[in-house]
Design a protein around this ligand. Structure first.
Ligand SMILES: Cc1ncc(COP(=O)(O)O)c(C=O)c1O
Length: 393
């Protein structure tokens, strides 16, 4: 057998003619940056996820950076997040000059433990940045209430959670501002890099729109005016105030979703519910077939409708299990093997091994197995057979 952990080629093949036709149309149009495909995808994705405004960008990491910048978060500020995530979550906080403050996750949900957030709040805390990890929704009710109580902004890292709902609503997973990734393997993935920011706040959306194109445009000018107001300084009198892209008001970025990606994403968006249902069906199959074994199986937490970007089981001997899977031709992996508080890039924060016991235990004991929508039933059966044999040994 040769079963890949993620298989984007199969996903493409399922509707290849439609995706290719859409991409070809863009190639022949000569309109490669912005335009109808990009703005239509923004509207359609906002409607799908239940937000007022959508701003597309180059990737999920940029979405986080733009969101933090739009909220005015920077040097001297702290943002509470998790160590049990992909590096972008905390990297984006550090890139804008703020300090990532880690807290542990819940061993059941693998998401931020709301009880630990409040203890990490200081006078410098500006925001909480929870991650809907593996496609499981965080406890947004608890997190929203902590943010309200302490006057903090809520930035949702939804990179792994397109199609996830909380309390029966897709918009239930959103924060004041929310960031998505369309990396090819994601629940909704393009043929390259792509990202999206969602918000109901028009001025935040405007700030992101400006920041992603070098701080230009009318919304960049508005943002700058607000900055001066906040500082109590008079706005400079002779500032050129054009609204074209050659008038720059903020130090921004070049981060755009290109039209080819938008065209493909629009076509894939039509199938996203099918994709998520198929992921959930695969997860349900594993949960049934492996009940009563030595594996601790993932389960949905209260209110969460999991989209299973990743299906990870826990085993006290995860290393041995992964070796057996690999030997049988089944690709598997740890998402992610080194928690962020143990990464060299974050060594300057001064955390030590033992600071986040649940996170560290998950890095030692979890193993992700294939759960993608196009997985064949005979492949699922084979995976279960090998897992059962490895557990018995
Ligand atoms: C939790 C999380 N946040 C952020 C990102 C960043 O997304 P991108 O790879 O599109 O920059 C990812 C992507 O893997 C992710 O898994």
């Amino acid at each position: 057998m040769d079963i890949r952990l993620m298989n984007v080629k199969r996903q493409h093949e399922a509707h290849a003619a439609e995706y290719e036709e859409a991409a070809l149309r863009v190639l022949r149009s000569g309109c490669y940056i912005g335009g109808e495909e990009v703005s239509a995808f923004e509207s359609e994705f906002a409607a799908y996820a239940g937000a007022e405004f959508a701003v597309s960008c180059g990737n999920g990491t940029d979405a986080l950076i733009l969101a933090l910048r739009a909220l005015g978060i920077g040097a001297g500020d702290e943002v509470i997040t998790v160590s049990w995530t992909f590096c972008s979550t905390a990297e984006s906080i550090a890139i804008v000059g703020a300090k990532p403050v880690f807290v542990d996750v819940s061993p059941e949900s693998f998401c931020i433990d709301p009880d630990l957030i409040e203890r990490a709040v200081t006078s410098r805390t500006k925001a909480v940045l929870p991650v809907h990890f593996y496609g499981q929704s965080c406890d947004m009710t608890a997190i929203r209430s902590i943010c309200r109580k302490h006057g903090l902004k809520l930035i949702a890292d939804c990179a792994q959670a397109t199609g996830t709902s909380f309390n029966g609503e897709r918009r239930g997973i959103l924060g004041d501002i929310s960031c998505f990734s369309f990396f090819p393997t994601k629940n909704l993935g393009c043929a390259g890099d792509g990202g999206m920011i969602l918000t109901d706040d028009e001025s935040l959306a405007g700030a992101c729109r400006s920041l992603k194109v070098h701080g230009s445009g009318a919304s960049g000018l508005e943002f700058l005016r607000r900055e001066y107001e906040k500082r109590g300084e008079p706005f400079p009198e002779n500032m050129p105030d054009g609204t074209s892209k050659y008038y720059n008001y903020l130090i921004g970025y070049n981060s755009r979703l290109d039209a080819v990606q938008a065209a493909i994403l629009r076509r894939k968006l039509k199938y996203i519910d099918e994709f998520v249902d198929a992921r959930r069906a695969n997860a349900a199959y594993y949960n049934d077939a492996l009940r009563g074994t030595g594996y601790t199986l993932p389960k949905e937490s209260t209110g969460s409708r999991h989209s299973y970007y990743i299906y990870a089981l826990k085993h006290r001997n995860a290393g041995k299990i992964m070796a057996k899977l690999t030997e049988a031709g089944i690709q598997c992996g740890v998402y992610y093997p080194v928690p962020l508080h143990m990464q060299g890039a974050f060594a300057y924060l001064g955390y030590r091994q033992g600071d986040f016991p649940v996170t560290e235990e998950l890095a030692r004991t979890t193993c992700a197995i294939p759960v993608y929508p196009e997985l064949l039933s005979e492949e699922r059966e084979f995976i279960v057979k090998i897992l059962r044999e490895a557990d018995d040994e």
